[in-house]
Design a protein around this ligand. Sequence first.
Ligand SMILES: [Zn+2]
Length: 463
Amino acid sequence: MNILIHKNIIRTRFTTKYVTIDSYKTLPAHCIITYCGKIGANMNFYTFIVVSLLITTYLVEMASNLLNIKNISSNVPFEFQGYFDKEKYTKSQEYLKTNTKFYIVLSSFFLTLQIIFIVSHGFNYLNTVSLSFGFGTILTGLVFIGILFFAVEILKLPFSIFHIFIIEEKFGFNKLSIKNFVLDILKSWIISTIIGIVVCTTILWILINVYQSAWLFVFLFIILLNLFITLIAPIVIMPLFNKYTPLEEGELKKSIEKYAKKERFKMKGIFKMDGSKRSTKSNAFLTGFGMFRRIVLFDTLIQKHTVDELTSVLAHEMGHFRLGHIVKHIIFSLISTGIMLFIFSLLIDKVWLYSAFCMHVQPVYAGIAFLIILYSPVSLVTKVVSNYFSRRYEYQADAYSIKTHKNPEAMIIALKKLSVDNLSNLHPHRLKVILEYSHPPILKRIKAIKSLVILESVFLSKP
Ligand SMILES: [Zn+2]
């Protein structure tokens, strides 16, 4: 029996130069057994640690989901009487339960698959397949990561179809046709492939050719790439998925422009997005930097809200810019990316990392895939921190809207309507909020706006 082995995969140091070898050779099995025997002694232990980490992350998420379901209350909260009738309120709870069940099935399936793939030496097999093309390290890495990416994408497809065409359809949200669904998938695959090839090639090239502090160069590249994508996304990527038309002249445009002028808010324009092409759910957002900033309103949002409500929502969005939330968010994600890359650089050449994933050899591209997998438990923690700040920023942006647009009533009505239309959960469990909510629960937001109004009126009434 012969086992394929790539010469340069024996070299693992992040900082040492890899020898570019375009061929692979076959070694007699006994050579490999001696080599793998050293790893084998610790293999089960490290694999056990990785599998335990993945299961713990899964269990924490499941616990938050189940507690969330238990937290459901059958009575319509006082605030929402007149907005949610009993029937619609029950529907919102059914929606939550159905989505939770769906998510549990989805993550259980992928966790099981992931563990089976790891312990059955799937990565080793995938590496053998990638090497069989006889490419150099970078191309072999692209094949390895590409196969992994598309395998996950294809496995996810039936779940997406079920979610959009069964669940969203049942609750009256879905507006997506099969044709547009297929087009969406194809477009996102093409974009992911282009970006993926650029990112993987550059990162692998840096790891192979830079001797010292390679992670710093990878970090610099990621910063530049982010900047580039943020700049081109509204112009090149987003129009591939939706149509953006300038908001027509009228009361709404006048109201938004008047507010933006008063607040000296620079922008490129106000656009309407055909969100109704996919779903009846509604939203509004801002994209781009400085002069390129665009305000985007879903057509579904415009249909359901008054001019005053929409201006309050946009005042909230502009508040995020004015209060520096966007910049703070970027700084936070840059710092966490930098720390993560530094930690990655310490781990990528460790033999135990590869043995943890039941690999007998250590190709750097596999190391990248493993670190990304291991990042999911870590990201659970970073998400808790970033969500905490994000929720604080939401309160601040609400307050900004109230102080500048001075129409708390319109803001509260807008929030209520948005919750009803999107069948939002009014009583999420605390653990769910801590782990996943980037926005505070709606009842808390309304309460905060009301206390602000009381506080302001007390303040203003002082002599
Ligand atoms: Zn916000």
